[in-house]
Design a protein around this ligand. Structure first.
Ligand code: AMP
Ligand code: GLY
Length: 451
């Protein structure tokens, strides 16, 4: 099986050990299996001479590269694969391997010296891995963020006092990674105190042994993406995410139901403020802490009357934002990432498309609560004028594409306005079917009213 061929099977790489698949200039391994990784792999595969492998990937990534049955947590297998296939560049999609130290693992291994890897080391990944660490970092380096108080079982009474001192709603955050579920926003003070106790008692396991209580920030959210080599940086296209399951931002929180890029309120003036007040002090802070950061920084921002505040740092790209953002990057992403890994980001040309991208996510019935997998999907071959990024799909034994996750497929369209891109995305979305499949109908509507 040769990379670059359209291939409908996962490569059982153990079965091909000893065989040499290929050796080219740009052998790239993307770690992860969602829509973000499909979008990264899709963009990387457009780079001349690139052969993209995705571990473990999904039914969509198999169309742009070769899926490899290795888990992103299996560093040893990743190393063996990189050596055997002469991988030049590893792009880490999700946060967990970064928080678990995959970059330190690569840097500390003499045999992996020649393999570039995009992502921060374990200490840098604490910006996402520990909300308490991130808050301390922001306070230390003067990055605007919500006032907060850190609580554990030893200072619970002070935590109660802090809750009493701020206005509702109350924001409680599990310190550690909690699969995107560790943030609670509560209107009632008594309920907030009860929830605080439950969190400290292990509601999110060890992740909530420490809880960060935050002042509630008003405004509108935006995701700003930075690629840095530690010395230089580029601002990638920003995006707005739609987190709730239902139209009009109703219902439960999800991983994200859609995205729009660019975001009309991200004017040059606003983005200048983001750079001056947030990006520059963040990068200076990383340097001052001795953190060698070569990778993405995802700034989850609140725009409060034109002033940006950091709600959270993530040390990876966003999902579904990446499915919109990658379609607006012009030029060669592989070269950009190689330059990033080499500390040469200032040398590469980077431009963004003027077009507007709208991404709509189709999810399984029941998501974000319990849902069924294995539903046969239809209509994917009839899509026009859009890119369909697979988020949770797989092949069944008969080689049908079936659902394999809560978020299933993201459709991205371009237009000269949000309205135009929305119309195309929704027109094409109607062609995709699987039992229980549903999506929000209002992606971008709020921003259209601002245009
Ligand atoms: P996080 O995981 O920190 O991004 O929080 C999840 C979501 O909770 C964010 O995307 C916001 O919508 C909301 N949120 C978190 N912190 C705050 C805050 N201090 N004020 C207002 N909303 C917040
Ligand atoms: N879309 C939000 C995230 O990736 O965390």
């Amino acid at each position: 099986m040769y990379p670059g061929e359209v291939q409908k099977e996962t490569l059982d790489w153990k079965a091909v050990q000893g065989q040499h698949i290929t050796a080219v200039r740009k052998n790239i391994l993307v770690l992860g299996s969602g829509g973000r990784e499909h979008a990264l792999a899709w963009k990387l595969a457009q780079s001349e001479g690139a052969h993209v492998f995705i571990a473990p990937g999904n039914a969509g990534t198999a169309e742009v590269g070769v899926n490899v049955n290795i888990k992103p947590s299996d560093f040893k297998a990743i190393k063996d694969f990189c050596l055997k296939q002469e991988i030049n560049l590893v792009v880490v999609g999700p946060e967990q391997p970064l928080v678990d130290g995959i970059v330190d693992f690569f840097k500390g291994d003499a045999e992996l010296k020649g393999v570039k890897i995009i992502g921060p080391d374990k200490q840098g990944a604490q910006l996402e891995g520990s909300k308490a660490y991130a808050k301390d970092f922001m306070e230390k380096y003067g990055v605007p963020t919500a006032k907060c108080f850190k609580v554990n079982k030893d200072n619970l009474d002070e935590g109660y006092k802090f809750l009493e001192s701020v206005e509702a709603p109350y924001v409680l955050k599990a310190d550690g990674l909690a699969a995107g579920k560790g943030v609670l926003i509560i209107n009632d003070l008594k309920e907030a105190k009860d929830e605080l106790c439950q969190m400290l008692d292990g509601k999110f396991g060890a992740a909530s042994a420490t809880v960060v209580i935050e002042e509630f920030l008003k405004g509108i959210e935006v995701s700003v993406f930075v690629l840095t080599d530690g010395e230089h940086y580029v601002l990638l296209p920003e995006a707005k995410d739609y987190k709730r399951i239902g139209d009009g931002d109703q219902g439960l929180n999800t991983g994200g139901m859609g995205a729009v890029s660019p975001v009309p309120f991200c004017t040059p003036e606003f983005l200048n403020r983001v750079e001056e007040r947030i990006v520059v002090p963040t990068l200076n802070g990383l340097k001052a802490e001795g953190i060698d950061y070569k990778g993405f920084i995802f700034l989850g921002l609140m725009n409060n009357g034109g002033n940006p505040y950091v709600i959270e740092y993530n040390v990876r790209m966003g999902d579904p934002e990446t499915e919109a953002v990658m379609t607006r990057i012009e030029g060669d992403l592989a070269d950009l990432l190689m330059a990033c890994a080499d500390g040469r980001l200032d040398e590469v040309h980077y431009a963004k498309s003027e077009k507007t991208a709208v991404t709509v996510m189709m999810v399984s019935g029941g998501y974000p609560e319990a849902y069924k997998k294995g539903m046969i999907m239809s209509g994917l071959d009839n899509l026009k004028d859009v890119v369909a990024f697979h988020a949770g799909t797989a092949f069944d034994d008969d080689k049908h594409i079936v659902t394999a996750g809560g978020r299933v497929i993201a459709v991205t369209a371009h237009g000269d306005s949000i309205e135009e891109a929305r119309d195309i995305a929704y027109r094409e979305m109607e062609k995709i079917h699987f039992e229980g499949g549903n999506y929000r109908h209002d992606i971008g509507l709020d921003l259209m009213r601002m245009q």
